[in-house]
Design a protein around this ligand. Structure first.
Ligand SMILES: [Zn+2]
Length: 445
C-alpha cells in the first residue's frame, strides 16, 4: 500500500513538475569534485594557438565522454586541428541545443605569471589558475558536467543536446567552427547555441548591483592601416614634409571628437533595465563605436636613426562598430577627419553581424536558472565588444547566447588573455547547475 502510494506520488510529481530531474538525487558535491579535477587536467594540455594542436585535449574529452557510454565523433580539419561532437539523443520534436566551447588558447608568457605555471592547472587560493581557465576550457568543463549530469539522470529529451569542442577560435575559427559549418552543418543544425561572451558581475555593469549580461550580438572589427608619406632628410633641418608630423596631426584630428554611433535595441534593453551604466572600459566599449590606435611605425634603420627624417609613417587602427552600423559611411568619416594627404587601407573589413532576439524560451530559461541560484540578480541581454564563434552560427540562423554563468570580479573578468587567468572554484556548483537547470527546462519531456 505504502509503496503504491509512493509510486503514485512520484508519478504525480513527474506530471506536475515536468522540469524536475527524473533520476536519482544528484550528488553535486561529487560532480563538482570531478569537474575541478577535470579542468585542472584539461589546462595541462598546452593548446596555445598558433600552432593550436588540440589532438591530446580532444582525446582527453573523448575518454571522459566514452567512459559514460556517450559516443564521440572527431572531425580532423587538418593535422592537429580536431573538432569533437557528442550527442544526447532526444525525440527530435525540436532542433538541437548546442553547447559550444573552444579548446585552443592564446599564448602565455610564463615569466610574467608570478611563479604560476600557466599550463599547470594549479589549484591555489580557491581558484584554478592557467591559460584557458575562463577562456574557454573552464566554461567548457561547466558545460560538460551539466551534459554528463543530464546523461546520468537519464532524462528523456524532446531534442538533441550536442556538446561540441572546437579548435582555432583564437585565430578566426577557420579550422574550427568555420570548418564545421562548411562541412557538417546538417549534422548540427541547432536552434540554440550556448557559447562564451556574457558573465555576471557586481561591479562592471552597475556598481553594487548583481547583473548577468547574456550576449546576443557582437561588435564588428574594422581594421585599418593609415599611411603618411613625406620627404626624407637630415634631422638637423626640419621641414614641412615630415610624415611623422603629418600622421600625428591627422590622428589628432581623428580622435578630437567622439565617433558616430547608432542606437541599438539590445543596448536600449540593457540601459532601460539597469539605468545608467558604470563608467569603465567595458561599458564604454559596448555603448558605442570605439577606435584603438594599435601600432605606430616609422623611422629609418633598426633601431631607427635619431637623426634621419623618414619618408613614411604608418599606424594601424582597430575600430569596433555596433551591429547595424554603416561601415562604409564610418570609413568615409575616418578619411575625412584624417584628411586627403593620408592613405587609408582596409586590412580587415567589418563582417556582417546578426543580433539574436532575447524574447525566446532559451533566454527565459537561462534567466530563470540564473535567478534561481542568484535571487538578487538582474539578467539582461548585451552586446560584447569582441568576436566569438557565435557570429558564424548567427549568420546561419541559429540563436546564440554567450554566457559564463559565474559572478566575476573586474580583476577576474580582465584576467582573460592576461597573466593571471583563473576561475573561482566555489562557484562551480552554481555554474554547472545554471546550465543544467536551463537544459532541463528547455528539453525535459
Ligand atoms: Zn574564447
Amino acid at each position: 500500500m505504502i509503496s503504491f502510494s509512493l509510486r503514485t506520488l512520484c508519478l504525480v510529481i513527474l506530471l506536475v513538475l515536468p522540469t524536475m530531474a527524473r533520476g536519482q538525487e544528484i550528488d553535486w558535491k561529487t560532480t563538482v569534485g570531478e569537474a575541478v579535477h577535470t579542468l585542472q587536467r584539461y589546462l595541462r594540455f598546452n593548446t596555445t594557438n598558433p600552432p593550436g594542436d588540440v589532438t591530446e585535449a580532444a582525446g582527453f574529452l573523448q575518454t571522459i565522454l566514452e567512459k559514460e557510454g556517450i559516443t564521440v565523433t572527431q572531425y580532423e580539419a587538418a593535422p592537429g586541428k580536431i573538432n569533437l561532437t557528442s550527442r544526447l539523443k532526444g525525440s527530435g520534436d525540436a532542433k538541437p541545443i548546442l553547447l559550444l566551447h573552444h579548446m585552443d588558447v592564446v599564448p602565455a608568457d610564463a615569466s610574467r605569471w608570478n611563479g604560476v605555471n600557466p599550463f599547470g592547472g594549479e589549484l591555489k587560493d580557491g581558484h584554478i589558475w592557467g591559460r584557458g581557465a575562463i577562456d574557454m576550457k573552464g566554461t567548457g568543463v561547466l558545460q560538460l558536467y551539466a551534459f554528463l549530469t543530464l546523461a546520468r539522470q537519464k532524462i528523456s529529451l524532446d531534442r538533441d543536446i550536442i556538446f561540441m569542442a572546437v579548435n582555432d577560435e583564437e585565430i578566426g575559427g577557420t579550422m574550427g567552427t568555420r570548418y564545421m559549418l562548411d562541412h557538417h552543418y546538417a549534422e548540427l543544425d541547432p536552434e540554440y547555441v550556448l557559447d562564451e561572451g556574457g558573465f555576471g558581475s557586481r561591479e562592471i555593469f552597475v556598481d553594487g548591483k548583481l547583473v548577468f549580461g547574456i550576449s546576443v550580438a557582437e561588435k564588428r572589427a574594422l581594421w585599418l592601416r593609415v599611411t603618411a608619406r613625406g620627404t626624407a632628410g637630415h634631422g638637423s633641418q626640419p621641414h614641412d614634409q615630415n610624415p611623422n608630423d603629418k600622421l600625428m596631426r591627422a590622428l589628432d584630428r581623428l580622435f578630437s571628437q567622439p565617433f558616430p554611433t547608432i542606437p541599438n535595441p539590445a543596448l536600449d534593453a540593457l540601459v532601460s533595465q539597469l539605468g545608467p551604466l558604470a563608467k569603465n572600459r567595458f561599458t564604454n566599449a559596448i555603448e558605442g563605436t570605439t577606435v584603438s590606435l594599435t601600432s605606430l611605425q616609422s623611422g629609418v634603420g633598426d633601431p631607427p636613426k635619431a637623426n634621419v627624417i623618414p619618408s613614411l609613417a604608418t599606424a594601424t587602427l582597430d575600430a569596433r562598430l555596433l551591429p547595424g552600423m554603416d561601415a562604409e559611411a564610418f570609413l568615409q568619416e575616418v578619411k575625412t577627419r584624417l584628411g586627403g594627404e593620408i592613405e587609408v587601407e582596409v586590412i580587415h573589413p567589418a563582417s556582417q553581424s546578426v543580433v539574436t532576439p532575447h524574447d525566446t524560451p532559451m533566454f527565459r530559461s537561462l534567466s530563470n536558472a540564473i535567478s534561481r541560484h542568484h535571487p538578487d540578480a538582474t539578467v539582461v541581454p548585451m552586446i560584447i565588444p569582441y568576436g566569438t564563434d557565435s557570429r558564424m552560427f548567427r549568420l546561419r540562423g541559429a540563436k546564440c547566447y554567450g554566457i559564463l554563468p559565474l559572478v566575476l570580479s573586474t580583476e577576474l573578468a580582465t584576467s582573460i588573455h592576461g597573466d593571471a587567468e583563473r576561475i573561482p572554484v566555489d562557484q562551480f556548483e552554481t555554474g554547472i547547475r545554471i546550465y543544467y537547470d536551463t537544459l532541463v527546462e528547455m528539453t525535459a519531456r
